[in-house]
Write a protein that binds this ligand. Structure first.
Ligand SMILES: Nc1ncnc2c1ncn2[C@@H]1O[C@H](COP(=O)(O)OP(=O)(O)OP(=O)(O)O)[C@@H](O)[C@H]1O
Ligand SMILES: [Mg+2]
Length: 408
């Protein structure tokens, strides 16, 4: 039986073709999305996946939490290994565990073996580096093979999202897909019609296909650097010469895929010695606690939740009271808009470049397909209103449409 996988930076889905068309398969307690996350319990005796992994970590269970694994594909980190509870483990093994897990879940549900697969890929895993891009796809293919998949094909994520929405398009229309996920922002200009014959070769319908490695993870990073990291001494000084606290550690603590690298004895020793000369020693003490107690993901989780809350309301506060009593940071939606406007500037440029590459003007776009969790941010509604005021916006199933399109 043929299946499709949207292996996302933040969330993963799997789809199969049911009698009435594509359907998503429940992957975790009836839910069709599963966070792309693993938790290795101490001694690596057990591996938890998805929400169970997130919960174990947030509950403070001892072990190693892994998230945003897709971001590692194509990078030099794939060649190295990571210490997971004292045991050296390679990323391909970790990603493979996740893919095997969801395959087994889906097979249990469908009662069929699922080896024939179409896997989604962003237009670019890495920006401006075609070799790294090809490497990332090859790595993912090799991991999928080791996880038990046989006939492996790839589909661009935004194209899959477009195909999933095509049944709603009467007549022939030009669509722009805006897929803003956790790790990447992808755009496609594609001709859609529900009247096209099944099996039609779509190559000629795809007018442009672009992407940039910026997504919700980068928004979390910006918010984390603005709210949480100053509480841990970022921007404060140390020593007689008023030197600024080194930034690298704060940046690594703000990046989902790098947090695990910060908890090293070297970093802890560095922070201890800086604390002795620090002008804000209480904050540096908090930083030391964060490293010792491995709280980086928990802080980032608060920042991500602040972002999601502010996507829907004017004001919110990030609660860091697990670091120190009553520690909070308030933010307004407008402040977040300014912060993220800068991060997302290249994304807007890429969206406009996609139209240029397709040889069309904004007014030629009749349909906007909005997909990916990050399109919940108000900034994307504003862009659509500004550039495509007359287009019809299709945005149902923001977390599922890419997966569904994999089996179309
Ligand atoms: N309501 C919301 N408003 C803004 N952002 C949101 C909302 N809900 C989820 N997100 C963000 O959406 C992102 C996840 O989206 P999604 O599941 O589409 O990504 P993904 O497919 O895993 O990633 P990618 O496609 O880049 O590999 C996360 O960064 C999350 O914080
Ligand atoms: Mg996605």
């Amino acid at each position: 039986m043929h299946c499709g996988i949207d292996f996302g930076t933040s969330n993963t889905t799997m789809a199969v073709r049911g009698v009435n068309g594509p359907v998503l398969v429940p992957l975790e307690n009836g839910a069709v999305t599963i966070p792309t996350a693993l938790f290795y319990t101490v001694g690596n005796r057990e591996i938890l996946f998805g929400r169970a992994a997130v919960k174990a970590y947030l509950d403070g269970q001892e072990g190693r939490f892994m998230r945003s694994l897709k971001r590692v594909l194509g990078t030099s980190l794939m060649e190295g290994s990571v210490l997971v509870n004292g045991a050296r483990t390679n990323f391909d093994v970790i990603i493979g565990r996740f893919l095997s897990h969801i395959r087994h879940r889906a097979e249990e549900h469908c009662g069929n073996s699922l080896t024939d697969v179409t896997i989604g890929r962003p237009v670019h895993f890495q920006d401006g580096n075609p070799e790294a891009d090809a490497r990332a796809e090859n790595q993912l293919r090799a991991i999928a093979e080791k996880s038990g998949f046989k006939n492996i094909r790839f589909q661009y994520e935004p194209i899959a999202a477009a195909l999933a929405h095509e049944k709603n398009v009467a007549g022939e229309k030009l669509a722009l897909v805006i897929d803003i996920g956790g790790g990447t922002s992808d755009f496609s200009v594609i001709r859609l019609s529900r009247d096209y014959q099944p099996g039609r070769d779509r190559a000629g319908d795809i007018l442009a296909n672009t992407g940039v490695r910026i997504g919700g993870n980068d928004c979390d990073k910006a918010i984390n650097l603005d709210t949480a990291m100053p509480l841990l001494g970022m921007g404060s000084a140390y020593g007689d010469k008023n030197l600024a606290m080194p930034l690298l550690l704060y940046h690594e603590l703000s990046e989902w895929s790098k947090v695990n690298w910060t908890y090293t004895p070297q970093n802890i020793n560095m922070v201890r010695s800086l604390a002795r000369e620090a002008h804000a020693p209480d904050k540096i003490q908090l930083l030391e606690n964060v490293l010792e107690e491995q709280l980086g993901h928990k802080i980032l989780d608060v920042s991500e939740n602040l972002k999601i809350t502010l996507a829907g309301q004017e004001n919110a506060a990030a609660d860091f009271s697990f670091l120190a009593p009553q520690l909070q940071r308030a933010m307004t939606q407008a402040e977040m808009g300014t912060l993220l406007g800068a991060i997302l500037f290249p994304v807007r440029t890429m969206m406009l470049e996609t139209l240029h590459l397709a040889g069309v003007a904004a007014k030629d776009i009749a349909i906007i397909v909005l997909t990916g969790g990050s399109t919940g941010l108000p900034v994307f509604r504003h862009w659509v209103a500004e550039y495509f005021p007359h287009a019809t916006v299709l945005q149902e199933d923001r977390l599922g449409s890419v997966g569904l399109g994999m089996v179309l």
